[in-house]
Design a protein around this ligand. Structure first.
Ligand code: ATP
Length: 253
């Protein structure tokens, strides 16, 4: 089907500084992608090949897509969102090939009655194997369901690094509030520490929604409002519900 061929090339404008927290993940991604780009000879000298692909997994709304985009922006790579197994090897280097919802594409082959799935997965494997190391094409795959991904995809030489993108902790939530607050004119009674404290368990996407909701809240009160204040944030927090439960987090452990 033609949807399998859908490939979107974009040059994103997402910077590392747009992502709150997750410093360890940013470092890992830089190491895996920027080092081989800048110093390919070092890898050859040391007799190792850089990772061909990296899987980012974890609960929804915690910056998997942002990470892939920032990596492309900051390393000067094309960002290519891939929706199917085709065209991988024909993609313009240097690039990041991004598979959102990898689980939808490379679901475990069950053996029986899965002919179509079987074909998609084996085509994907073939295409991945066709990407030579040190050619400046990096696969970044994202999923909320690492448990259902076909293990063959995760073999060394294909997607050979796996990184868990967790819910933001307290310092990360402060950073995320600060990032999203930058665009919002606000009064100086805003207490970021308190906002971060009372949003334990919220995803980055939900923190972003709280910031949007706070502006709407101020507008509802007065459509001519010029500033958003602390009480608007507090009522926004009541309106934005936590979508990720403790059971969901335990599932990733
Ligand atoms: P999904 O699994 O649902 O695809 P995701 O992990 O890919 O989610 P993103 O698409 O990267 O999540 O994040 C969604 C939005 O949430 C971002 O566009 C951004 O506004 C906000 N967001 C999430 N995490 C962060 C963060 N760490 N810093 C700043 N903004 C964040």
């Amino acid at each position: 089907p033609s949807s399998m061929r859908e490939v979107v090339v974009e040059i994103p404008k997402v910077y590392w500084s747009d992502i709150g927290g997750q410093h360890h993940i940013k470092d890992k991604l830089k190491e895996a992608v920027e080092w081989p780009l800048k110093h390919p000879e070092a890898f050859i000298r040391m007799g190792i090949t850089p990772p061909k692909g990296i899987l980012l997994y974890g609960p929804p709304g915690c910056s998997k897509t942002l990470m892939a985009k920032a990596l492309a922006t900051e390393s000067g790579l094309n960002f290519i969102a891939v929706k199917g197994p085709e065209l991988l090897t024909r993609s313009n280097a240097p690039s990041v090939l991004f598979f959102d919802e990898m689980d939808g594409l490379a679901v475990k082959r069950s053996g029986e009655g899965s002919g179509a799935v079987e074909r998609v997965v084996s085509q994907l494997l073939t295409e991945m194997d066709g990407i030579q190391p040190l050619t400046n094409v990096t696969i970044i795959a994202a999923t909320n369901r690492p448990d259902i991904i076909d293990q063959a995809i995760l073999r060394a030489g294909r997607i050979d690094r796996i990184l868990y993108i967790s819910l933001p902790d307290l310092p990360s939530r402060k950073e995320i509030f600060n990032i999203h607050m930058k665009k919002v004119p606000h009064t100086d009674d805003i207490d970021i520490n308190k906002l971060a404290e009372i949003t334990d368990g919220y995803s980055g996407a939900e923190v972003a929604s709280i910031c949007r909701e706070a502006s709407i809240c101020a507008m509802k009160e007065n459509i001519h409002a010029e500033f958003v204040s602390m009480r608007h944030f507090e009522s926004a927090i009541h309106q934005v519900k936590k979508g990720i439960t403790d059971e969901m987090i335990a599932f990733y452990a």
